[in-house]
Design a binder for this molecule. Structure first.
Ligand code: MD6
Ligand code: FE
Length: 198
């Protein structure tokens, strides 16, 4: 376990067979609620493709970022897989389950700019992040956008807890090493973030 600026990184937390199980479960989520490319407030398409599981899903368009109860197709989000909930109960919290599992898919060249996860009602709950597939560089900063930041590599099977002092800190994904893992046969990276929403 490494701690940096309040971000807690559990490297190699998920064994290979459990990673395979998670990918299979996420494929089932994406079959019910297909990946889409949200639009930012500024009207640009995000390079990351997204979907969600749980009571709420994360959504963005020109009206801004928010949690919604349905996939853009109109169907409710599928339930959060048990394999994912088990990781939350180990690394996130045993006090309650999360409301949302945001699923991000990074293909070649996809990245995520520095941002804070601040659309939730109660910041005493951590956000848990699970990395699967190709390696990525995770950038961690502080509570202000202008705070100094540094990046660390995240690999398939790593779990990051963003809570406590880091809960509202800026972070992002600089780049991924496309094809750097064999977990996803077509390459790319899946990141799951689990949140308590309201
Ligand atoms: C990613 N993660 O790792 C993007 N957010 O693909 C996040 O934006 C994130 O890793 C909140 C907490 C942990 C995270
Ligand atoms: Fe985030």
């Amino acid at each position: 376990m490494i701690e940096d600026r309040g971000f807690i990184i559990h490297q190699g937390a998920i064994p290979a067979d459990a990673q395979e199980r998670l990918v299979a479960d996420i494929r089932a989520v994406a079959a019910a609620a297909p990946f889409f490319s949200p639009e930012t407030r500024g009207g640009r398409r995000m390079s990351v493709r997204m979907t969600s599981a749980g009571r709420y899903g994360w959504f963005s368009d020109r009206r801004g970022y928010r949690y919604v109860e349905r996939h853009p197709s109109g169907v409710p989000w599928p339930p959060i897989p048990e394999s994912v909930l088990a990781l939350w109960r180990t690394y996130g919290s045993r006090a309650r389950d999360p409301d949302c599992c945001l699923v991000n898919y990074y293909g070649a060249g996809a990245k995520m700019g520095l941002h804070r996860d601040a659309d939730e009602a109660d910041f005493s709950w951590p956000v848990l992040s699970i990395s699967l597939g190709d390696p990525a560089r995770f950038r961690m900063g502080g509570p202000e956008r202008s705070d100094p930041s540094r990046s660390i590599p995240l690999e398939s099977g790593d779990v990051v807890v963003i809570g406590g002092a880091a809960r509202l800190s800026y972070h992002g994904i600089d780049r991924i090493a496309f094809g750097g893992s064999r977990l996803l046969p077509k390459g790319g990276r899946i990141n799951l973030t689990l949140r308590v929403v309201d």
